[in-house]
Design a protein around this ligand. Structure first.
Ligand SMILES: [Zn+2]
Length: 261
């Protein structure tokens, strides 16, 4: 509640969305560890003389000074901690960053602080900026740990019905019930669909790998596609709406593949 009382306060922030407002202003949706997600009015930021210009770029990690306004809060100063320029300047990386930002925006309410999700987002953007881990693997890791953080952790290690440990075989995944059923129980549960062992193995690996920096696997294209499909269905079921950036990621991937051939 500190944020509600103090007139001006400092925060770390990652820019999730930006929208031009009026002639020279911008409304910026930021995510902060202590105060959650909020919309800020950045006055005059589109003037070339603005000291804040260049410090509130999309996906950048910044220090901001926030002042309580009557309708919207205002940002009065900003300085960049980590610009993540590589993410913004690369079409594929930025398409994934849009996806991560859309998920944070969709899953978290305004003023709902969530330090764990902030660190998850910051680390995912940092990993995207590097080239060590494939962008789609970073996104799947983020999705699994975001679901966990907001209370929808998919159950992937034991059967949701009989609690036996899941082994390779004809297991079924139920998006509606939030996880895996063993072959015997899957046969009785109409909401399950068969899930491939390789896909389940990757999802389980990413779920138990706490930090994105700990990821050491590369996944074959078919497993990547299948993992994306399962998690998208899971996320969209929980959110009760379709994710827009998913289409953007796919369009960019198809365009880039088209150029390569
Ligand atoms: Zn079972």
């Amino acid at each position: 509640m500190l944020a509600q009382r103090t007139r001006v306060y400092a925060a770390e922030a990652i820019t999730l969305k930006r929208m031009d407002f009026g002639e020279v202003d911008r409304i910026i949706t930021v995510f902060t560890p202590e105060h959650g997600k909020m919309r800020l009015l950045a006055k005059g930021v589109r003037r070339s003389t603005s000291r804040m210009a260049g410090h509130l770029e999309l996906f950048a990690h910044s220090h901001v000074m926030i002042a309580r306004g009557r309708d919207l809060h205002l940002t009065t100063q900003a300085s960049t901690i980590e610009p993540f320029r590589e993410v913004r300047e690369d079409l594929q990386k930025s398409s994934y960053a849009y996806h991560l930002a859309e998920l944070v925006d969709a899953f978290l309410q305004d003023w709902d602080p969530h330090r764990g999700v902030f660190i998850l987002l910051r680390d995912a953007l940092a990993a995207l900026a590097e080239v060590v881990i494939a962008a789609d693997v970073i996104a799947r890791h983020f999705e699994l740990h975001l679901l966990d953080a907001v209370g929808f952790r998919p159950q992937l290690t034991s059967c949701l019905s009989c609690a036996t440990e899941i082994r390779p075989g004809d297991n079924g995944y139920s998006v509606a019930l939030g996880g895996i059923f063993c072959p015997q129980c899957a046969a009785q549960e109409p909401s399950t669909s068969p899930i491939a062992d390789d896909t389940l193995k990757v999802l389980r690996y990413l779920q138990r790998t706490q930090s994105v920096r700990g990821i050491t696997i590369r996944t074959p294209a078919a497993v990547s596609l299948d993992s994306e499909r399962w998690l998208r269905r899971h996320l969209e079921f929980v959110l009760e709406r379709r994710l827009r950036a998913v289409e953007f990621v796919r369009h960019v991937a198809e365009t880039l593949n088209g150029y390569r051939t």
